[in-house]
Structure formats: C-alpha cells, structure tokens
Design a protein around this ligand. Structure first.
Ligand SMILES: NC(=O)c1ccc[n+]([C@@H]2O[C@H](COP(=O)([O-])OP(=O)(O)OC[C@H]3O[C@@H](n4cnc5c(N)ncnc54)[C@H](OP(=O)(O)O)[C@@H]3O)[C@@H](O)[C@H]2O)c1
Length: 165
C-alpha cells in the first residue's frame, strides 16, 4: 500500500488527500489541528505537528522510522526556515520517497536556487484565466494540479499558467 504524507494537507490540498484515499493509499496529514471534516473519508490519519516548532523534525523523523513513506507532499509557508531546510536535507537521504514541494507563485522568480535530491519535484502554483481575466487558482484546481504532478513526476510542474504566459 502506498503511504502518502502531506504536510499542510487539510486546507487547499484536501482534494489531494481525498484522491489518495480513494486510490487506497494510506494518507497521513501533518498539521496543527485535526480537521477530519475537511476530508471525504474518515480514514485519514493525523500527525500532530507544527512546522514552526523545534520538535518538527523529530516528529517527521519518528514517522519515517516507523513507516515506508512512498510520497511526501509539502505545503509549508516559509521555505527559508531552518525546519524547511532540515526537512529537505533529511529527504535527500530518503531516495525511495518521492518528494513534491508545493510552492506559491513567487517560486517563478527563484527557480534556479533549488538544488535538492533526485527524488525532489517542485509544483508551482500559477494563475488561471476566466473570461480573459487573470485570477488566482481555486482550491480544486490546485489539488487537481498537484495530483497530476505526482503522476507525471516532472522536476518542475506548473499548475495553471505562469505569470509570463
Ligand atoms: N498561486 C496561487 O494560486 C496560490 C498560491 C498560494 C496560496 N493560494 C491560496 O491561498 C489560500 C490559503 O492557503 P493557506 O496555506 O493559507 O491555507 P490552506 O492550504 O488552506 O491551509 C494550510 C495548511 O497548512 C497547515 N498549517 C498551517 N500552518 C502550519 C504550521 N505552522 N504547522 C503545520 N501545519 C500548518 C494547515 O493546518 P493547521 O492550521 O491545522 O495547522 C493546513 O493544513 C488557498 O486557499 C489558495 O487558494 C493560491
């Protein structure tokens, strides 16, 4: 059974969790609060953690020590934090885990700064167009894009359109 860990999966990525639950994967969401109601099924697992706290990496490493994690999806707000950097360093030593790092649109301007392991993939949230107007992505579009990114496994995957398109 695939084991999918989603950091920050109870908000805009809840559709990603629902997809993996339907695919019969074991799905675990790391977040500060247990938001079971965010998901279509009750069999989502909750890993209590705060990526701003000092014990964050202990929680992640303990989880990896007792689970074979096939996929980790990461939606963290501050990718300059020590915890984010520690997480990336740790995951470079976990080559069997596919890493999908979801990044906001500001990532379009810092693409070349990312040099992590072969298992690392970026998923960049772009924009969308409705009636000729550029707009933010809807949560459903973000989740669908992240699902496709996990299937295609490109090094860099853009959800929607890039600012210059
Ligand atoms: N380019 C784009 O289109 C774009 C880019 C970025 C964002 N957005 C939009 O921005 C909206 C808001 O995004 P959001 O990130 O604020 O909300 P969100 O994705 O709806 O929720 C954030 C997730 O991270 C968890 N989280 C937050 N802080 C945490 C912490 N310190 N430690 C552990 N987990 C934490 C939350 O759970 P807990 O609160 O329980 O911890 C939740 O699971 C989205 O709805 C999206 O539409 C759009």
């Amino acid at each position: 059974m695939d084991n999918v860990l989603i950091i920050g999966g109870s908000g805009m990525l809840s559709g990603v969790c629902n997809y993996f639950l339907k695919a019969e994967s074991r799905v675990t969401v790391l977040s500060r609060t247990n938001k079971k109601e965010a998901f279509e099924r009750g069999d989502v697992h909750w890993l209590k953690g705060d990526y701003d706290n000092e014990d964050f990496m202990d929680i992640v490493e303990d989880y990896f020590n007792s689970n074979d994690v096939s996929t980790i999806i990461i939606w963290m707000h501050n990718e300059h934090s020590d915890n984010f950097k520690r997480l990336m360093t740790f995951l470079m030593g976990e080559p069997k885990t596919d890493v999908f790092h979801v990044r906001g649109s500001s990532a379009f301007y810092s693409l070349d700064t990312v040099k992590y392991g072969d298992n690392y993939h970026q998923v960049i949230l772009g924009m969308n167009k409705s009636n000729g107007e550029i707009r933010w992505l809807k949560n459903s579009e973000i989740s669908l894009g992240v699902i496709v990114a996990t299937q295609e496994k490109k090094k860099v995957f853009t959800v929607g359109i890039a600012p210059e398109d």
